[in-house]
Design a protein around this ligand. Structure first.
Ligand code: ACO
Length: 430
C-alpha cells in the first residue's frame, strides 16, 4: 500500500509524520503502526470506535447511507438475484462464478454435508435442555477433533477443504442441535435438495411422515442466509481474525466466532427481540416500553434497534421486513399480533426524539425473529441460523488474513490503571 499523504502529530513539542492510506470507499486511515516505536505512546480506543483493525476487500458498509456490499455488489441485488451458495462463492473467491464454477462449488459443498457418525453420537454427552448455541459451539470446535486432515493452515488444499466442510456441515450440526433439544431422531442431509431446503428438511422432517419443503419458505430462508453472510469487522468476525492470528486451526477459529455471535448485543439480538415483542404483547403497551428505552436509569434497550455502524436504516432490515410479510402471507398467518407490535414500535420509535437524535433505526434482527418463528423455529434457534449464514463470512475473512503476507499475531496493548509495584503482604498482616 502506498500512502496518499501524511499527517503530523505533535506530542510534547515534537512532531511525527504519520502515513495516510486511502481505501476504495469509506474513510481514509492514519497508519499508527510505528507510533509506539517512534513516540513511546499507544493509542486508546476501547470498543474500536475509530480503529480499522485490518485492510479487507470483502465487504463494504456505508453506515450513514445505509449501504452494504459484498465484493462491490449491493445486498439488495444479491438478495433478489443471487442465492446463498453463489453468494458464498462470491465472498470466498471475490467474483461471481460462471455456471461451471458454480456447479463445481455446489458439488464440493454438497459432498461434505454428513458429519462423522461418532460426532453425531457425541451429542448424547450434552444435556437435552442445553441452549442450541451451546451445542453448536461445542460441535464446531469438535470438528477439529474429527477432521485432522484439514487443520494445517499452511496448506492451501487443507484450508479449502476446511472451508467447504464448515459451510456444508454447519446446517447438519445446527439441525441436529435442534432435533436433540426436542428429542426427535437426527435426519440425514438430502444432497438432492438445495442448501436452505436441505436445512428445513433436516429440521422439520420425521422418518414417520412425508415432508415437502415449501419453495417460497426455503427461498425466504436462503435470502435470510444471504443477508447474514458477512458484515465486515463485527465482533464475531474480529474474534475469528484474532483467534486465527495465533495460527489456530479453522474449526477452532470459527467456533470462537460462534461464541462471540451468541451475545445479545450481537447475533443474540434476534432472540432477545422476539422475546421483547412477546413481552410487550399488545400495541397499547408500546409507549410504556418506548419510555423505558429512553430512561437512562432503566437497563432496558429496544432489541433490534441501533447499530455501531448503521446510523441510518439497516438495508438488511428493509429486505427482512419484506421477507417477513412474504412468509406470513405464504403461511396464511393473518393479524399476527407480534408483527402488529413490531410495526407500531418501529413507527413510534422512528418519530421519537430520543431515537432520532441517536440515529437509532431497526437493524437486521428486528424482523428476522418474527420471520424465523413463522418458519417454525423456536427463538433459541435464531442465533444458530445466523451462525450458519455467517460461517462463510468468517471463513472468507479468516482466509484473507491467513493469506496476507503482512499477517502477524494480533496483540492489543492497554492503558494500565492498576497498582504500582508493591511488596507481598504476609497472611498475618492482611
Ligand atoms: N435502545 C435504547 N437506546 C439505545 C439503543 C437501544 N436499542 N441502542 C443504543 N442506544 C442509546 C445508548 O443508550 C446511547 O445513548 P447515550 O448516548 O444517551 O448514552 C446511544 O444510543 C449510543 O449507543 P451505544 O451503546 O454507545 O452504541 P454502540 O454502537 O456501542 O452499540 C448496539 C450498538 C450494541 C447494537 C446497541 O445499539 C444495542 O445494544 N442495540 C440493541 C441490541 C441489538 O439489536 N443488537 C444487534 C446489533 S446488529 C447485529 O449484531 C446483527
Amino acid at each position: 500500500m502506498k500512502p496518499k499523504g501524511h499527517c503530523t502529530l505533535t506530542i510534547e513539542g515534537k512532531s511525527f509524520e504519520l502515513p495516510i492510506y486511502e481505501g476504495t470507499e469509506g474513510p481514509d486511515v492514519i497508519d499508527i503502526t510505528r507510533l509506539y516505536r517512534e513516540t513511546g505512546y499507544f493509542t486508546f480506543d476501547p470498543g474500536y470506535l475509530s480503529t480499522a483493525s485490518c485492510h479487507s476487500t470483502i465487504t463494504f458498509i456505508d453506515g450513514d447511507k445505509g449501504r452494504l456490499e459484498y465484493r462491490g455488489y449491493p445486498i439488495e441485488q444479491l438478495a433478489e438475484k443471487s442465492d446463498y451458495l453463489e453468494t458464498c462463492y462470491l465472498l470466498l473467491e471475490g467474483e461471481l462464478p460462471n455456471q461451471s464454477q458454480k456447479d463445481e462449488f455446489i458439488e464440493g459443498i454438497t459432498h461434505h454435508t454428513l458429519i462423522h457418525e461418532q460426532m453425531a453420537k457425541s451429542y448424547n454427552g450434552l444435556q437435552r435442555d442445553s441452549h442450541p448455541m451451546a451445542v453448536v459451539v461445542t460441535m464446531v470446535a469438535a470438528l477439529s477433533a474429527f477432521y485432522h486432515d484439514s487443520t494445517d493452515i499452511n496448506d492451501e488444499a487443507q484450508r479449502l477443504l476446511a472451508s467447504r466442510r464448515l459451510i456444508a456441515k454447519m446446517p447438519t450440526i445446527a439441525a441436529a442441535a435442534y432435533k436433540y433439544s426436542i428429542g426427535q431422531p437426527f435426519v440425514y442431509p438430502d444432497n438432492g435438495l438445495d442448501y436452505a431446503s436441505n436445512f428445513l428438511h433436516m429440521c422439520f422432517s420425521l422418518p414417520t411422515e412425508d415432508y415437502q419443503v415449501n419453495e417460497t419458505l426455503s427461498k425466504a430462508l436462503d435470502r435470510i442466509f444471504i443477508l447474514h453472510a458477512d458484515h465486515e469487522q463485527n465482533a464475531s468476525t474480529s474474534t475469528v481474525r484474532l483467534a486465527g492470528s495465533s495460527e489456530a486451526n479453522p474449526f477452532a477459529c470459527i467456533s470462537s466466532g460462534v461464541t462471540s455471535l451468541w451475545g445479545p448485543a450481537h447475533g443474540g439480538a434476534n432472540e432477545a427481540c422476539l422475546n421483547m415483542l412477546k413481552e410487550i404483547g399488545t400495541v397499547d403497551r408500546v409507549p410504556e416500553f418506548i419510555k423505558r428505552a429512553r430512561d437512562k436509569d432503566d437497563p432496558f434497550r429496544l432489541m433490534g434497534f441501533g447499530h455501531r455502524v448503521y446510523k441510518n436504516y439497516d438495508p438488511r432490515a428493509r429486505i427482512m421486513q419484506k421477507t417477513c410479510h412474504e412468509v406470513l402471507e405464504t403461511l396464511d398467518i393473518k393479524d399476527e399480533p407480534i408483527l402488529k407490535v413490531a410495526l407500531e414500535l418501529e413507527r413510534i420509535a422512528l418519530q421519537d426524539d430520543y431515537f432520532i437524535e441517536r440515529k437509532l433505526y431497526p437493524n437486521v434482527d428486528y424482523y428476522s425473529g418474527i420471520t424465523q418463528n413463522a418458519l417454525g423455529f423456536p427463538s433459541s434457534m435464531f442465533t444458530v441460523l445466523f451462525a450458519i449464514a455467517r460461517t462463510v463470512g468468517w471463513i472468507a475473512q479468516w482466509k484473507e488474513m491467513i493469506e496476507d503476507p503482512l499477517q502477524r499475531i494480533a496483540r492489543p496493548r492497554q492503558l494500565y490503571l492498576g497498582h504500582n509495584t508493591r511488596d507481598f503482604i504476609p497472611m498475618e498482616e492482611r
